[in-house]
Design a protein around this ligand. Structure first.
Ligand code: NAD
Ligand code: DAU
Length: 347
């Protein structure tokens, strides 16, 4: 089985590869990644020498590069993570989001259509987000039937890619599966996202910027639980169907920031107030969705997936990881990683 993983040098893709490359030595994993600012090949240092793993640098928005990978490696399965993923960046500059998330997905679908034809045993697994559903009010959950209502250029571009994937199934019979997941956290997350940003800013004594009043709610899932859910859907899910993935773990942003401060206080034997006094309420994100919450009944009841980590265990693991992986943190902060990239890849 040959598995093409797009965006495998990013946060979730690298966790996916770190879990499954060693677990499935009979599968060959091809990691196709452009290496944007969010990628880091250091994430993959434990698997880079494995016989069943290969890295190819390339852009999914470049059809010729995508076609070349299909010709050379003849993948049976595509697990499509590659995306521009940060909402705030999409507000500042949407163009890359349209290019990668929409055009890039279209190119992959076209390559599947061309190189797979009607052959059996193929699968396009599309990794998507709960943000396509827009915002919930104080109550309720997103189900697989919830109407799409994206708020940001990021979520609109992901919604568009979801529609393309389903259209390729209905129109051309392409074997696809779609998963829509809630907020992930864990090792290797780029520190522009809430949890790693707060951990690292607190450690450096920098302000902890909470958007608006901090009342917005997200449903947090440990990244390895997301990866296991994707594998479960690949193995057991029905072709043409969508599965929502979530941790049933809703938190207000301000409560998470307090929790991180408390845990850092415990771990470093400091007064948590030292960290909490850094909290600063800043201008709200435009179009900021109030609340996300996933109803994961379908994947739980039909496929038997459940998260293994609680927020307590997952957040402890995550904070410990950021405390103990100073080289990774430094490489992201100082631009050493960028220099290394330039040396090895010329850009
Ligand atoms: P990330 O930003 O950490 O990583 C994205 C990866 O894609 C990077 O390695 C980057 O280099 C690569 N990439 C970007 N543009 C590319 C292009 N044009 N060609 C090839 N590679 C390219 O993102 P993430 O948080 O790991 O998210 C992965 C996927 O999961 C995304 O599709 C995202 O929408 C989805 N998702 C993320 C979350 C979350 O909480 N992070 C939740 C649900 C779904
Ligand atoms: O729900 C899934 C989505 O979760 C994924 O599709 C996205 O790729 C991923 O980035 C994430 O989107 P969010 O916008 O929810 O994540 P972020 O970490 O950027 O923000 C989480 C919440 O915290 C959100 O309500 C905004 C708030 N926030 C964020 C940052 C970075 C702050 O209050 N301060 C901050 O500095």
């Amino acid at each position: 089985m040959k598995i093409l993983v797009t965006g495998g040098a990013g946060f979730i893709g690298s966790n996916f590869l770190n879990l499954f490359v060693p677990r499935y030595p009979d599968c060959r994993f091809i990691n196709f990644d452009k290496l944007t600012y969010a990628a880091n090949l250091l994430n993959l240092k434990n698997i880079q020498v494995k016989q069943n793993y290969v890295f190819v640098r390339g852009d999914i928005a470049d059809y010729a590069a995508v076609a070349a990978v299909f010709e050379k490696y003849e993948p049976d399965i595509v697990v499509h993570f590659a995306a521009e993923s940060h909402v705030d960046r999409s507000i500042l500059g949407p163009a890359d989001f349209i290019n990668t998330n929409i055009l890039g997905t279209f190119n992959l679908l076209e390559a599947c259509r061309k190189y797979w034809g009607d052959r059996p045993g193929k699968l396009f697994h599309h990794v998507s987000t709960d943000e396509v559903y827009g915002s919930l009010g104080e109550t309720g959950y997103f189900t697989e039937e919830t109407r799409y209502d994206p708020s940001s250029p990021y979520s609109a571009s992901k919604a568009s890619s979801d529609h393309l994937v389903r259209a390729y199934h209905r129109t051309y019979g392409l074997p696809v599966k779609v998963t829509n997941c809630s907020n992930n956290y864990g090792p290797y997350q780029f520190p522009e996202k809430l949890i790693p940003l707060m951990i690292l800013h607190a450690l450096e004594g920098k302000s902890l910027p909470v958007y608006g009043t901090g009342e917005n709610v997200r449903d947090w899932l440990f990244v390895e639980d997301h990866c296991e859910a994707i594998w479960t859907v690949i193995e057991k899910g029905n072709v043409g169907e969508t599965y929502n993935i979530g941790g049933n773990n809703q938190w207000k942003n301000i409560d998470i920031v307090h929790k991180i401060c408390d845990l850092l206080g415990e771990k470093l034997d400091k007064d948590p107030q030292e960290f909490k006094k850094l909290i600063t309420f800043v201008k709200d994100r435009p179009g900021h969705d109030l609340r996300y919450a996933i109803d994961a009944t379908k994947i739980r009841d039909q496929l038997g997936w459940e998260p293994r980590e609680t927020f307590e265990t997952g957040l402890n693991k995550t904070i410990d990881w950021y405390l103990h992986n100073k080289d990774w943190v430094e490489s992201v902060k100082t631009g050493d990683y960028k220099k290394w990239l330039e040396m090895n890849y010329g850009t």
